[in-house]
Design a protein. Structure first.
Length: 84
């Protein structure tokens, strides 16, 4: 699927949004349960997957990874946190 770019906004494709939602849920579970069962190795693997997914999305959607950003888990829209 091709990414949608509406009025200068970057929005993830439906497929990438689904991947982002699954990743986000996993990371949220890890942060909620950090003292209850995630080993250091499991945490490392999750953070590695995080970096790989962000890198892939950055390349596919030409995101500026030098700026802080947030991807909505509801709409897939990318927001730069510095207002740019």
């Amino acid at each position: 699927m091709q990414p949608r770019d509406t009025d200068q906004r970057t929005v993830l494709s439906a497929e990438d949004l689904g991947r982002w939602r699954m990743h986000h849920a996993t990371m949220q579970a890890m942060s909620l349960l950090e003292h209850h069962g995630y080993s250091a190795r499991e945490a490392e693997q999750l953070f590695l997957k995080d970096s790989m997914l962000i890198g892939e999305l950055t390349e596919r959607y030409h995101l500026d990874d030098s700026r802080p950003l947030r991807i909505s888990v509801y709409t897939g829209e990318v927001f730069y946190m510095d207002g740019g």
